[in-house]
Design a protein around this ligand. Structure first.
Ligand code: NAD
Length: 628
């Protein structure tokens, strides 16, 4: 392969153009119409730097410009390289066109200040020296180029067989296992979690997920033959599950590794390319890329874009084929509003306010331990944490005594040996949210049974049990997302159900007690997931679909249903390539009407002899029917 082909270029006359199927895909004729769009989508700093450069080029003879670009683009010059990075690859397009000659830029009338700040560390300098949009990491490209690369990547992923995709997933499982401790270290640095929390709620469920993909994807995606009704005898009906294109995944900070790899791999096994935007609080910079690369992912199969919500908004405007969002209700609504402009399908995995109901028939020891773990794992920063605990009157005193002794025995710290129960909060902002809700409840008469030592500022919030809260208080309406457990009581089944359903959320719930009773109650709960005689465990089985109702979200992921939510569902009816004329086609004649009418009657009254006779007559007549 020659140097041009390696760069994804080809030479046409005296102009360089992108090569076939390579990036970016602008042709010579498209260029004039593409330029204003490109300018619009460039970052402000890049745009002004780029304009200045073009103005300078405008003063130079064309052969000098071409020489500079040629030399610099192939890694020998520093000036172009610097500016090339400044414009995040967009200059490549202009390089192909010789755009400085076409007078378009002056006509666009932009101001000119330049910002070509280069990253300082050696590794990055080396990377920039060899920069090429085809191989540059997503972090150095603008959203337009990232999305272009993803669309091209989709073309190659969709042609991989499912079994080839699953070989990569298997390798990924081994890479995660091999690098387990290193990954846990990195997660702890950014999240301040207890080490065991990271192992049990990021690594373990991720491995379960990958194992589920390996076991279930082939069957989930294979063509599905569905029944064909009697009136369509001789035909075959199938559902095909096909890739959608580019899936944009936007994730929160509470399980940053799990919530990266899980949706990325769902997108991948179903044949999609993925653009992943982690939370700005837990970017795990470079970690996800390195794990995926080691497993054999090509760089463009899943591109990772760092930044805050604005970056995600820019990506949405570039019309990915699906948005998979996990995060808060407020952000979910914004995403849905933005996506609605382009009719992009959205899947929203939002917050929760999960109730736990403990009936008198429950095993008290076990349910107490379940409540403590369900409320305080991950410092309560889990969408399915127990946020409201309701205990039946008759066992309330005993339950409360045991609960308090369990909570008081908990140990706190960001440990390196797995010997602490609960770590610290993610951020000061989240600490303030928790503090405000607790203060509000205390001001209205709630009592702190544990955690009184907390100063309402320290990120190491101790586990707090509150008594005396009511549903009129914010603490029982809003998501706490911290280690706070409001303990309440109920008298009977009806009251338990009413209290559990009295929330705008509906993500998950847990119900404890004698089996017939808890199953009966579970049927009455308005929620997406239920753990019976257990807590936060329904999401642990990756064969079960996961998602919420009400404000907790839209859509389901995990399980076969979840995998198929990353697919375009194509319904196909296959008929023979015969000369047969369908009975319902033209011409419509009175005789055909009568025959059709009798057929409808016999079919839906299930008079099979009449159906067979009328069907035969209609069939024969339809082949020769002529307009009178
Ligand atoms: P968040 O909504 O503040 O942010 C989530 C992501 O959205 C981040 O990557 C953020 O940068 C991005 N974002 C922010 N504004 C945006 C915008 N306008 N457009 C597009 N993207 C934007 O949520 P968070 O504080 O990071 O996470 C906590 C929330 O996530 C809680 O409500 C929790 O219940 C929820 N959550 C839900 C699940 C679930 O599966 N249902 C799982 C984990 C967390």
């Amino acid at each position: 392969m020659n140097a041009l082909a390696i760069k994804g270029l080809k030479k046409v006359g005296d102009i360089l153009l992108p090569g076939e199927g390579a990036f970016p895909r602008f042709s010579q004729t498209q260029l004039e119409t593409q330029l204003p769009r490109l300018m619009d989508e460039m970052y402000e700093d890049d745009r002004s730097g780029f304009i200045l450069l073009m103005n300078i080029f405008g003063l130079l003879p064309s052969f000098v410009v071409r020489l500079i670009l040629w030399t610099a683009s192939f890694g020998h010059g520093s000036v172009f390289r610097q500016i090339h990075i400044g414009v995040r690859g967009v200059l490549f397009t202009l390089y192909y066109s010789g755009i400085d000659q076409q007078g378009i830029l002056p006509a666009l009338n932009y101001s000119t200040t330049i910002n070509t700040k280069l990253p300082q560390d050696d590794e990055m300098q080396e990377l920039l020296r060899n920069a090429n949009p085809l191989t540059m990491p997503a972090s150095l490209l603008g959203p337009t180029l990232i999305m272009e690369k993803a669309r091209i990547a989709h073309e190659s992923i969709r042609t991989l067989s499912v079994s080839d995709r699953l070989k990569t997933i298997k390798r990924l499982r081994f890479v995660v296992l091999k690098r387990q401790e290193e990954i846990i270290d990195a997660i702890q640095v950014e999240t301040h979690k207890a080490r065991t929390d990271v192992l049990t709620s990021e690594i373990f469920p991720l491995l379960e997920h990958l194992a589920f993909l390996e076991a279930a994807t082939e069957d989930a995606l294979k063509d599905e033959t569905v029944p064909t009704p009697a009136a369509m005898m001789g035909k075959k009906s199938q559902v095909w599950y096909e890739s959608m294109g580019v899936v944009l995944v936007i994730s929160p900070w509470n399980y940053p590794f799990y919530q990266a790899i899980t949706p990325i791999t769902c997108a991948f096994v179903t044949g999609n390319a993925c653009v992943y935007k982690p939370s700005e609080l837990t970017p795990l910079q470079g970690l996800v890329e390195s794990v995926l690369t080691e497993a054999g992912f090509a760089p463009d199969w899943a591109q990772i874009v760092y930044g805050d919500g604005r970056v995600a908004q820019e990506l949405i405007d570039l019309r990915p084929n699906k948005i998979f969002f996990t995060g808060s209700v407020a952000t979910g609504k914004k995403i849905m509003a933005q996506a609605s402009q382009y009719l992009i399908p959205v899947e929203l995995e939002l917050g929760g306010k999960d109730p736990m109901l403990v009936f008198a028939s429950a095993n008290i020891q076990r349910s107490v331990k379940g409540a403590v773990w369900g409320a305080f794992t991950n410092s309560g920063q889990s969408c399915t944490s127990v946020e409201r605990l309701y205990v039946q009157d008759s066992i309330y005193p005993e339950f409360k005594t045991l609960l308090l002794s369990e909570v008081k025995a908990m140990t706190l710290g960001v440990d390196s040996d797995g010997n602490k129960d609960m770590g610290a909060m993610i951020s000061e902002k989240q600490v303030k949210i928790v503090a405000d809700l607790v203060k509000d409840a205390l001001a209205q008469g709630a009592v702190m049974l544990t955690g009184q030592e907390w100063d309402f500022h320290n990120k190491m919030i101790p586990p707090i049990v509150l008594e005396g809260t009511t549903h009129a208080m914010r603490i029982n309406q809003e998501e706490i997302f911290g280690p706070v457990l409001p303990l309440m009581r109920f008298s009977d089944e009806a009251e338990a159900i009413r209290l559990a359903n009295d929330s705008t959320f509906g993500l998950s719930a847990s119900v404890w007690g004698e089996k017939a009773q808890v199953l009966r109650v579970s049927r009455q709960l308005v929620t997406g997931n239920i753990s019976v005689n257990n807590v936060m465990v329904s999401e642990g089985n990756h064969a079960l679909p996961f998602g919420g109702v009400k404000d907790s979200g839209i859509g389901r992921y995990k399980g076969v249903m979840g995998l198929r939510s990353f697919c375009t569902v194509k319904s196909v009816l296959v008929d023979g390539n015969s000369k047969k004329i369908e009975a319902n086609w033209y011409p419509y004649t009175t005789k055909k009407y009568r025959l059709l009418s009798r057929l409808v009657q016999s079919l839906f009254l299930k008079k099979w002899i009449g159906f067979a006779v009328n069907g035969l007559k209609l069939e024969t007549y339809s082949q020769k029917a002529r307009r009178d």
